[in-house]
Design a protein around this ligand. Structure first.
Ligand code: NAD
Length: 487
């Protein structure tokens, strides 16, 4: 098996196996080949990982932020040196084309280590509060043992986006990748050790939806950060609430992307395609409801169809390939069921909808698909599909489109394409979402906060803001005079 790791779990600086755990087969989505066979964590493995994290954390927290940051920056360098190897592994894990993984996966993980390593020395300061002769000060203190639970669309990125702020703030982490993509996080854990991270601070254990609760309910866990779907978010939030644990929820979306008739057409089409087809549509912040103003609807659709049909689908390891398979058979079957619903409910299939002709065998390929004449009440316009399916809706005016864009339980992202600067800002002001773009889409550099509102979650990843979610404030009041008691 060409991607078999030394063992399933990485705990206390070492690979660890417990063959009593359920078998997890790692499948390369482009061929159906089994590339690794791992075991889900048993309760004993979960205990071992949390115990290692708990033991290692106090000493790590006692180090200066600068010293912690230095280790993370070294990890970023190693990731960049091994970008090709890590990108190939990410492609095997997910099926995403190497053209993407080489620029968007380990590199964005490395950005995260570099950014948080770099700001450590300045961003964890407290405040001095003058109170007359008395004063107070605040300290930002780590939470302790943090659990990270990942989705399968960006396994290495998610492992780093959660790990970097948690570690730099002085916490320890136990990370559980998705059962669909178990491999990348193990490499991140190894690289952190190589960079000098003390043992026990970044542990990876494998498992599925039955393993997650063992972590979330553990009494020694202070915080849970989940990237996953809204239904999973509800369960994890509920379980964490029972122990009053801190949570960050990075959940799903059905984000609106609004194209006004004065927009640069090619640019807006490019944004809509990136925001629906990148990573074979498996991106939480995708702008899957594309609202196009009526005047430009037909010209938008004509060019969109041409450009979509020119997308290069094929072997993910070929650098010319632009669209790879979906992560799994189950996920593709789910997407096909939505395509059928779209047709049955009267949407117009503009292009796609099936399996590409030239790919065969066990690969979980699917054509990039566009539906036109989609209306707000159709299932494909309301539910997250999480595949390469774009819904194009049309609209007359600004007030109408803002109201329709907001008529959803989700609130992850939104985008606006227009040449009118004041309109762009007026519209984003009214859109209910956590991360918004004007005249571009889906760019998430580490410098900017990323996260959702409404049912799409809360808490933020990336930027200085993420540190607030991995620390709590300790306030110290200092009395400088005598205590005058009335009794
Ligand atoms: P999922 O919700 O099925 O699983 C996510 C993770 O949670 C997996 O590791 C899974 O094993 C674990 N899990 C499932 N049930 C659990 C439970 N009861 N307790 C603890 N852990 C549990 O999601 P998925 O199918 O892996 O990923 C796709 C979803 O993730 C989409 O909805 C997508 O929008 C969302 N997502 C969100 C973001 C974001 O940043 N907002 C990023 C990527 C993906």
């Amino acid at each position: 098996m060409r991607a078999q790791p030394k063992a399933s779990h990485f705990i206390d600086g070492e690979f660890v196996e417990d063959a009593a755990g359920r078998v997890i087969e790692s499948i390369y989505p482009a061929t159906g080949e089994v590339i690794a066979r791992l075991h889900a964590a048993t309760p004993a493995i979960v205990e071992k990982a949390i115990a290692a994290a708990k033991r290692a954390q106090p000493e790590w927290a006692a180090m200066s932020p600068t010293a912690r940051g230095r280790i993370l920056k070294r990890a970023a360098e190693i990731m960049r040196e091994r970008n090709r190897e890590l990108s190939e592994l990410e492609t095997l894990d997910t099926g995403k084309p190497i053209q993407e993984t080489i620029v968007a996966d380990p590199t964005s993980g490395a950005d995260s280590f570099e950014f948080f390593g770099g700001i450590a020395a300045a961003a964890l300061n407290g405040e001095y509060i003058p109170l007359g002769q008395d004063f107070a000060y605040t300290k930002r203190v780590p939470l302790g043992v943090c659990v990270g639970i990942g989705a399968w669309n960006y396994p290495q990125q998610i492992a780093c986006w959660k790990g970097a702020p948690a570690l730099v703030a002085g916490n320890a982490m136990v990370f559980k990748p998705s059962e669909n993509t178990p491999l990348g996080a193990l490499k991140i854990a190894e690289i952190l050790i190589e960079a000098g991270l003390p043992k026990g601070l970044y542990n990876v254990i494998q498992g599925d939806r039955s393993t997650g609760p063992l972590l979330v309910n553990h009494p020694d866990v202070a915080k849970v950060s989940l990237t996953g779907s809204v239904p999973t978010g509800r369960k994890v939030y509920e379980a964490a609430a029972a122990g009053l644990r801190h949570v960050t929820m990075e959940l799903g979306g059905k984000s609106p992307l609004i194209v006004f008739d004065d927009a640069d057409l090619e640019s807006a089409i490019g944004g809509a395609m990136l925001g629906n087809f990148y990573s074979t549509g498996q991106v939480c912040s995708n702008g899957t409801r594309v609202f196009v103003q009526k005047k430009i609807k037909e010209s938008f659709l004509k060019r969109l169809k041409e450009r979509t049909e020119a997308i290069v689908i094929g072997d993910p390891m070929d650098e010319a390939t632009q669209l790879g398979p979906m992560v799994s058979k189950d996920q593709r079957a789910k997407v096909f069921s939505y395509i059928e619903k779209g047709k049955a409910e009267g949407a117009r299939l503009l292009t796609g909808g099936g399996i590409p002709n030239h790919v065969s065998g066990e690969g979980t390929y699917i054509q990039p698909t566009v539906f036109a004449d989609v209306t707000d009440e159709m299932t494909i316009a309301r539910e997250e599909i999480f595949g390469p399916v774009m819904c194009v809706l049309d609209f007359d005016d600004e007030a109408e489109v803002v109201a329709r864009a907001n008529a959803t339980e989700f609130g992850l992202s939104a985008g606006v394409f227009t040449a009118d600067l004041t309109r762009a800002h007026r519209v984003v002001d009214q859109l209910e979402a956590g991360t918004l773009w004007i005249n571009t889409y889906n760019l998430c550099p580490v410098e900017i906060p990323f996260g959702g509102s409404k049912q799409s979650g809360f808490g933020r990843e990336n930027s200085v803001a993420a540190l607030n979610h991995y620390t709590e404030l300790k306030t110290v009041y200092v009395g400088m005079g005598r205590v005058e008691a009335p009794y």
